[in-house]
Design a protein. Structure first.
Length: 168
């Protein structure tokens, strides 16, 4: 119900803006032009941010970090005879989280490859297919943001473990 009210509200505001843009007074037309200009700027900025993040993702931004963590974990394991048992258990937990993130990264990359598949030419655009494609793109963006957040947490926890291992 609330979702429907929000949609109706958005449509109403959009209709008022369009009406004012074409049929309003000079002041209303100027305000509508300013709002449309600001909306365009926001859309362009979001588009640029998504492209930048996609390029970073495609360049292997996350792969390098996961590989570095793997190397750090191996170094701690090699010195395991000098490390406390709690550190080893924590290391096992962090390695498990790293593997989960690697699996999620692989899944996201497969989703990106599927989204980049060529579209057959000559066919009419299906609005439902376009809507599904947009929803998948939004889901991929959300998954990438969640992966980045989890990776940052893993890095922080790994740093704390390495400091603890160095103290022992």
């Amino acid at each position: 119900m609330i979702r429907s009210l929000v949609k109706i509200g958005i449509l109403l505001v959009g209709a008022i803006l369009v009406y004012n843009y074409f049929f309003g007074t000079d002041t209303e037309k100027d305000n509508s032009r300013k709002i449309f200009g600001q909306m365009r700027d926001v859309v362009v900025s979001v588009g640029q941010m998504v492209k930048t993040e996609k390029n970073n993702f495609d360049a292997g931004k996350y792969d390098g970090v996961l590989e570095q963590l793997g190397g750090a974990y191996r170094a701690v394991r090699d010195r395991a005879q000098y490390v406390d048992e709690k550190v080893i258990k924590r290391l096992d937990e962090l390695e498990s989280r790293k593997e989960q993130l690697q699996t999620e990264l692989d899944s996201i990359e497969k989703g990106d490859e599927a989204a980049a598949a060529p579209v057959k030419k000559g066919l009419k655009k299906d609005p439902k297919a376009e809507e599904k494609k947009a929803a998948k793109a939004a889901d991929q963006t959300r998954r990438k943001a969640a992966l980045q957040h989890e990776l940052e947490l893993l890095l922080r926890d790994s740093d704390a473990l390495l400091k603890q291992a160095a103290e022992n």
